[in-house]
Design a protein around this ligand. Structure first.
Ligand code: PRP
Length: 227
């Protein structure tokens, strides 16, 4: 029981924003392991956007991955669960507090094997990606190579096949999309996984409850296999 609870003051809701899709399901499974459940979220036919656990004074909502950091920075969500790729791309002001060790994959430069030479010699090439911020940082700040970045919204692997770009910067998980399209990983940009992020004001105002949540998750992470 925290100070507010002891004093009988009504607890505020803590709002958690989850990136829609596979990650949200896995994150809810992990939260369930520390006793945080949300029954109404399990109804597959529901069109509701926001769910709550009245007993624990928690609210959950699902958002497009790219929007999760926005909700957290502005405090519309106290906590967010989202991939490191989105965190890097969005560059929002918030605390990244925990690596949830799930949804593990890598951000890579990929292309046909022949493109390796172009990377070696720092040529002016075209790079297609859903992550222009990450691609720019990698090529300009880490490799000091001037490139033309072309923003796409999906099926990035198509770009080098149809001649839109020489290489791509994209997520590689199993590697099967690259393989089936005759492409290879040329360079690794960084490893990725799901992270928990916290609004900077919420971290102060709800320090006790949020820290307890983080610590409980750390125990689960330390005991279980990586997912
Ligand atoms: C992601 C990514 C790759 C693929 C990698 O795409 O952009 O295309 O998964 O996974 P793999 O290494 O296991 O094959 P996603 O399915 O999210 O769709 P998108 O192409 O529309 O971005």
């Amino acid at each position: 029981m925290n100070k507010k609870e002891r004093q009988g003051i009504l607890m505020d809701y803590i709002t958690i924003a989850l990136a829609k899709g596979r990650l949200a399901k896995k994150a809810m499974d992990m939260l369930e392991e520390i006793g945080i459940t949300c029954e109404e979220m399990k109804d597959p036919d529901s069109r509701k956007l926001i769910f709550s656990n009245e007993e624990l004074k928690l609210r959950f909502f699902l958002a497009k991955a790219n929007d999760v950091p926005t909700y957290v920075e502005y405090g519309a969500a106290d906590i967010g669960i989202v991939g490191k790729d989105t965190i890097l791309e969005e560059g929002r002001k918030m605390y990244e507090v925990l690596d949830l060790k799930m949804g593990k994959c890598r951000m890579c430069v990929a292309g046909p094997e022949s493109a390796a030479e172009l990377l070696k010699h720092g040529e002016l090439i075209r790079v297609a990606t859903k992550y222009p911020g990450i691609a720019k940082d990698y090529f300009y700040n880490k490799k000091h190579q001037t490139v033309e970045i072309i923003k796409l919204n999906g099926s990035i692997e198509l770009a080098p096949i149809v001649g839109l770009s020489e290489v791509i910067v994209d997520i590689v998980e199993t590697g099967s999309t690259l393989k089936e399209n005759g492409l290879v990983v040329l360079e690794e940009v960084c490893p990725l996984s799901a992270r928990m992020v916290v609004n900077q004001v919420s971290m102060k105002m709800e320090h006790e409850r949020i820290t307890r949540l983080i610590n409980d998750l750390k125990v689960v992470l330390a005991s279980g296999p990586s997912r």
